[in-house]
Write a protein that binds this ligand. Structure first.
Ligand code: ATP
Ligand code: MG
Length: 409
């Protein structure tokens, strides 16, 4: 991609109302644009990062047998009435009437919709277990959407749903998905904790939140500095700096965190209310065991910026960067165009700064956009290329082949 053609240009300053780091840097860098409170366009650069995040999540969901599909976002009132959530979730749900006075809601989650699908398709124990997921927009009437793209009124989520014949089978699969989530957040490079939270009205079991440790977070979590113990503020009864109630050795740490995922062993709460049954081996009708698993895709975009930036801009890691390299042409660097083509032939994703602007502006934009590797070609570099990593101060002069070798490592 040539930077002279990239839409839109970067901004020198952040919008006045931008309080959080992710809001400031993602808007300035041209990754996202705000339409209104809690509502964002993913611009070409932002959408590239989101596609990388989706790619990682998709691989791990497929690896635990999840089958990808796509469900509608506009739902009839009748389905939400079956569980009573039309009234109970009124505050977060966008509900409306069409011109014929029929009532609908915009999706804030999909449990009822999946349950309806299972009711129509699953007859016997032979049709179970099943695991389906999609990436789609969720709408939530958040009272005060702030924190940039971390909290939207419209945002992208991956939600997976699994259905089982027994509680034991559900619990087994729940553990598998928990491990898949850990792989996802490891691959994204997060410093995160798996945190126990209450299941609310849906289950007496604990649910698990995946919390990225970050001062930019709205949540407060408590975790042990030595074992896996962790609980959110709502259920933790101990004290910070106190002894860990689980291993009895470690100390409890209190920290700000961003919830990037949440998994729920829902049991039969939904199947009993929606009459979702399967026939067992003896032909007896039994309620389906059900669980749901969410990941906040666009929230991850913001979280990555919250935890990886400096005073000049964003610092992407290679696995999620919008491009692998930022190639910069300075006066006298007329080989840059050839290098651009050759890098593309090697299958490397390049952003090529071919603009007629000052070196200072090019370097400033490169630091702001945060692509992990910067390559400079100028009169000074001769037949070599200056190679610099975004998170390091020093640079080196390399041949084209040496650059490719490093990039493919
Ligand atoms: P929160 O407590 O932050 O409001 P939640 O617990 O209501 O989130 P869940 O219903 O668990 O959210 O949704 C699954 C995931 O979707 C969350 O873990 C989070 O990553 C993401 N998410 C939830 N609400 C939003 C939002 N308003 N904007 C962006 N992402 C969100
Ligand atoms: Mg949650």
């Amino acid at each position: 991609m040539k930077q002279s053609e990239l839409f839109p240009k970067t901004l020198k300053t952040a919008p006045k109302d931008a309080e959080s780091i992710n809001h400031q840097l993602l808007v300035r860098g041209g990754f996202i644009d705000q339409l209104m409170a809690g509502s964002w366009t993913l611009l070409p650069l932002g959408f590239r990062v989101v596609q990388k995040i989706i790619g990682i999540v998709r691989e791990e969901m497929n690896a635990v047998g999840g089958q990808e599909m796509l469900m509608p976002l506009m739902h009839p009132k009748a389905i939400w009435n079956e569980t009573g959530r039309w009234d109970k979730a009124r505050e977060v749900m966008y509900q409306f009437k069409d011109t014929r006075d029929k009532e609908f809601a915009l999706s804030f989650t999909h449990e009822e919709i999946v349950m309806d699908l299972i009711r129509k398709t699953v007859k016997s124990y032979q049709d179970l277990p099943l695991s389906v997921y999609h990436f789609s927009t969720k709408f939530r009437n958040e009272p005060r959407p702030r924190s940039g793209i971390l909290r939207g009124r419209e945002f992208l989520m991956k939600d997976l749903y699994s259905a089982h014949t027994t509680e034991a089978d559900m619990a087994d699969y729940y553990e598998k998905v928990k491990k898949a989530y850990i792989r996802v957040f490891d691959r994204l490079g997060f410093n995160f904790r798996v945190i126990e939270a209450s299941g609310g009205v849906f289950t007496d079991k604990v649910t698990h939140e995946f919390q990225v440790l970050s001062d930019g977070g709205e949540d407060t979590v408590y975790y042990c500095d030595q074992c896996d113990f962790g609980q959110n503020k709502e259920i933790f009864t101990g004290k910070k700096d106190g002894k860990c109630p689980s291993c009895k050795k470690g100390k409890i740490v209190e920290a700000k965190a961003i919830e990037v995922g949440n998994i729920f062993p829902l049991g039969t709460w939904y199947s009993e209310r929606m009459r979702v049954y399967y026939a067992d081996e003896k032909g007896m009708k039994k309620p389906v065991w059900f669980a749901s698993y969410g990941i906040g895709i666009t929230r991850i975009l913001g979280s990555l910026v919250e935890v990886s930036h400096d005073d000049k801009g964003i610092i992407w890691s290679p696995q999620i960067a919008p491009f692998a390299v930022h190639l910069i042409e300075l006066p006298g660097g007329d080989k840059a165009e050839t290098i651009y083509k050759k890098l593309q032939e090697e299958g490397i994703e390049v952003l090529f700064d071919d603009r007629a602007v000052s070196a200072g502006e090019k370097f400033g934009d490169a630091d702001l956009i945060g692509i992990p590797v910067r390559l400079v070609v100028s009169a000074k570099t001769g037949d070599r290329i200056e190679y610099k990593e975004r998170n390091k101060a020093d640079s080196k002069l390399l041949s084209f082949d040496e650059v490719v070798l490093l990039l493919k490592k």
